[in-house]
Design a protein around this ligand. Sequence first.
Ligand SMILES: [Fe+2]
Length: 463
Amino acid sequence: MNNKADFNPDNLIQVEDLSEPLTYSAEAFTSREYAREEGDKIWAKVWQHAGRVEEIPEVGNFITYDVLDDSIIIVRDTPDTLKAFYNVCSHRGRQLVDKPEGGHSACGKKQNFVCGYHGWTYNLEGKCTRILDKDDWKGALNDARTHLNEIKVDTWGGWVWINMDPDCVPLREYLEPAAGLLDQFEFEEMRYHWRQWIVFDCNWKTALEAFMEPYHVEGTHPQLCVYGDFYAWSKAQGLHGHDGFDSKDPNDTSAATTIVTRAGKGPDARKTIAQMQQDFWETIRGSTTPTLVNAAQRLVDELPEDTPPEEVHEHWYESAKRDDAARGVIWPTIDPEKLAKAGLAWHIFPNMSFIPGLTFALGYRARPYGDDPNKCIFEAYALERYPKGEEPKTEWVYAEPTEEKWRKVLAQDFSNMAAVQKGMRSRGFRGALPNPHQEQKITNFHRNLARFMSRGSPQLLDK
Ligand SMILES: [Fe+2]
């Protein structure tokens, strides 16, 4: 295993190597030194999603986003523009906006940010507009010196993204090729259905990786295997990666046709889709919508028993699309080929994971917890398309990792978090053995982590 001392960029595996048997050490998950270095080498360099545009709809609306020692204020300064600043008063460094004790983040609406220490005041553009006894500085306090320290902010898919690196590439360039494959879903038209967060006893990567491959479904969510096989392809897409349903039988093309709302297995697709949809709604409350669930329940009445799965699926989608149109929710037009290409779930480097759908998405974010490699802040949220004016009002809810609070499927995923972290810390752990076909998203994640961290590249296993 390579370590920092002997890291040579030539040691970095190539994308083509991701389909080979590989291994990587637990250092990225367990080392405090590595966790500390992530601050400068990763978090200060990458675009990261800090919230949703819907959280700051009006001029003066702001949210804060914290990562390691940095807190960022994102504010709507005009109806069409956002600004992002370090949450720091220029005077003596007091945090400008306080996060409520034990809360997720700060949010609200202000026309000015006033420092609680000496009253220095900043407008929405970050300009310092009031300094008590300014003349005492004998003219040295110019705008550049007192302006809030501004960072890059942009939007894509209805998410607000920030980057602390003044020399970073534009957001769009950073997100490609993911953005190009995913624009069609129009995530910007979706709104939060629910959003919850929790602190886990595991590294942020441990938590995120629990949602980066369906290879775990048989072991973690055996009840879902009634509806389909969860064999998957998994691919690097530059910094990012995605996966989708696959089949071990080269003649079977049915599994590859759709995203998370595929027809599934079983002799009667009408029933499988109806049961699967009901189950997803009850045990995830995401990855589908009430419209899709209801349209699925009607399939047995609307179609003959021997309808081929592809036709059942098409009929289901068409009737759900009509139902949604009737209540003012217009689906995007999507080319089925593009839809199959988008796949089941995406990882956007470094810390975003989500399952896309035409009228919904299920998203995850994990962030470090100080420099403790064994803890993280984890968030999950469901997005949905709503008729205008019927979007629910949501806020971040802290929720203990129980089935009651998170429903069955996520609670099952959560049951692995601390146990994986514990196992990886054992001197008995020889390093990971990721699946070369189904877990390339994860090995690509570690390939890219190694590029940023200058160490820890996955290595080819001897055969
Ligand atoms: Fe899972």
